[in-house]
Design a protein around this ligand. Structure first.
Ligand code: PMP
Length: 339
């Protein structure tokens, strides 16, 4: 039972683990603030408070393509901090509105990718009375996923299917925190567990050094995040999914399974099924449905018939900020059907 006195933060976690098309799916969109990022926001702010990096009256500042901004804004509202979310233009307007609803100030910098927003967040975060959690670089992000999200999944799997350990974990890379942190914990339970990333075909930055516009919001933010640069050797392979495929699968999840989720959920399930098709011996594959469909009403649902995905935004290649370090091995891995 949840505590009688508490806050909405006590409702984070303990999300259901269900099977969809034979893939184990953690329903992270059911967290307060509507996404998986409630966990990392609560974890990083709690940790910063304990370490004296955040004091009453301080301002939290974070660059986010949306969900972390929403989640931190919720935590800031509960804990009494000012919140500045810096996000690029061109993302679903619901995300900015939700952060504002929690009382945050939202600043728009740059276009679609978070690269410029990151620089501003770092600059503001260095000012007195400000704290920037820096989700793309912070090892606390990996730690949260290893010590909170992953053990929950392992416990749930053990309850429903005693003796079962994950053979693979599949997930898109925004910060890389989820896939790396969960992957580390899964490998402690099963050293052979595959850690499989998902990238939009239109913006395969890690696989092929390209940055382009895509519709799978929350992943592939336009650069190789620090977490992935440090941990890339832990990735087994990367699977590309096109925006159109992800959006079509997102729609099927709503109409066919009653799961109203965002495009990354569609991408994750497609990639997980492709992995299993290529490797039928992988009996236990785990993935995440990271955010709720409500955040995409304007982009994908309210104004469209529901039969056709909206046209993909045109690719706009730019240079990645950091030279991808794992391009060759990841490409080989993606092409190698034995992996
Ligand atoms: N899907 C969605 C909808 C997200 O918002 C995020 C986080 N930005 C991810 C997937 C990927 O999570 P991570 O940052 O841990 O790589």
């Amino acid at each position: 039972m949840p505590p009688v006195t508490g806050t909405v933060l006590d409702a984070i976690g303990n999300t259901p683990l269900i099977q969809v098309d034979g893939i184990w799916v953690k329903l992270e969109f059911l967290n307060p603030s509507g996404s998986i990022k409630a966990r990392v926001a609560a974890y990083m702010i709690g940790r910063a408070e304990r370490e004296g990096l955040l004091r009453p009256g301080d301002t939290i500042v974070e660059a986010s393509s949306g969900n972390t901004g929403n989640a931190l804004s919720m935590v800031a509202a509960v804990r009494g901090y000012r919140m500045i979310v810096i996000m690029p233009a061109g993302l679903s307007s619901e995300r900015a509105a939700i952060s504002r609803a929690f009382g945050a100030e939202v600043r728009t910098v740059g276009d679609f990718h978070v690269t410029e927003a990151l620089a501003l967040a770092r600059e503001l975060g260095a000012r007195p009375g400000h704290f920037a959690p820096q989700q793309f670089d912070s090892e606390w992000n990996v730690e949260e996923n290893r010590t909170w999200l992953a053990p929950e999944i392992l416990t749930q799997l053990a309850e429903v299917a005693p003796g079962t350990v994950p053979d693979a974990v599949v997930g898109g890379i925004g910060t890389g925190g989820t896939i790396i942190g969960v992957g580390q914990a899964f490998r402690a339970a099963n050293p052979g567990c595959r850690i499989v990333g998902v990238e939009p075909d239109e913006s395969c930055t890690i696989m092929c050094g390209e940055v382009g516009r895509h519709l799978i919001e929350g992943i592939a933010d336009g650069f190789v995040p620090g977490i992935l640069a440090r941990h890339h050797q832990e990735l087994s392979e990367l699977i590309p999914v096109t925006s159109a495929e992800a959006v079509a699968e997102m729609r099927r999840l709503a109409t066919g399974h009653g799961l109203f989720v965002g495009p990354s959920a569609g991408a994750h399930l497609l990639a997980a099924r492709r992995l299993r098709d290529r490797n039928p011996e992988l009996a236990t594959i785990v993935t995440f449905f990271c955010d709720e469909g409500e955040k995409y009403l304007g982009d994908h649902f309210a104004l469209s018939s529901g039969s056709e995905p909206p046209p993909a935004r045109s690719p706009r290649p730019t240079q990645p900020e950091a030279e991808p370090k794992i391009a060759t091995s990841a490409r080989q891995a993606a092409a190698d059907p034995r992996r």
